[in-house]
Design a protein around this ligand. Structure first.
Ligand SMILES: [Zn+2]
Length: 217
């Protein structure tokens, strides 16, 4: 598998710094499970971040710091209840989906357009970014669309092409509201992608306007 399209460095930096929202974090982490190059880059950023922190001059502690720490020591420790794995097996049949995503629950597939189905993934915490699987039949021409926020796409199986190139398994595509996508799915097999979408998807063209009210993306 030869990965051609990677997240921008800014995105990997935000991932390493922990500043992405959960849905975006899941999308970048999905790419990292498949891409040694980005894993190495992210690890390097984490080390650099640690080195920067270590090089900062020490900050004097406030006078009551010790008292406050001692007070905390007397507080009961609140253990976070480990989240029970849904274990629904709902996502077990999705090839290429990382193990950490398989533990999440998922709603059933729903039809959104001819040859295209969507399956929402239920994240374990609230996120401003929705995560879903998108499955398209071979040779499907996806409806031309724009979006109102950032959209991250990780190819799990199959492939697609649009104005910016060809995307196969492991590739990562970032779209924002300045782009219009005209996506064509490859001829060989179904294309399944994990998509993290912030904001709304707006479909363009006559058919898009017809079905937009019904798909409510
Ligand atoms: Zn990469």
């Amino acid at each position: 598998m030869s990965i051609q399209h990677h997240p921008l460095d800014e995105l990997l930096t935000a991932f390493a710094a922990g500043t992405l929202d959960l849905g975006q974090h899941v999308a970048v982490a999905t790419h990292l499970t498949q891409c040694a190059r980005c894993r190495d880059a992210t690890q390097l950023m984490e080390h650099v971040g640690g080195a920067v922190l270590a090089s900062l001059p020490p900050t004097p502690m406030s006078g009551d710091a010790l008292t406050r720490v001692q007070a905390r020591l007397r507080e009961p420790i609140a253990y976070e209840t480990p989240r029970e794995e849904p274990g629904s097996g709902a996502l077990d049949d999705i090839p290429g989906l990382p193990a950490f995503v398989r533990r999440y629950s998922a709603a059933p597939w729903k039809w959104i357009a001819p040859g295209v189905r969507l399956r929402p993934i239920q994240l374990p915490a609230v996120s401003g970014t929705r995560v879903f699987l998108l499955k398209s039949r071979p040779n499907t021409r996806m409806l031309e669309h724009t979006h109102t926020g950032m959209e991250m796409t990780c190819v799990l199986t199959g492939c697609f092409s649009h104005e910016a190139g060809h995307y196969g398994p492991g590739d990562f595509d970032l779209g924002d509201d300045s782009m219009r996508h005209n996506v064509m799915v490859g001829p060989a097999e179904d294309c399944i992608c994990l998509v993290a979408m912030h904001g709304a998807l707006r479909m363009a063209g006559f058919i898009g306007h017809l079905i937009q009210p019904f798909v409510r993306l």
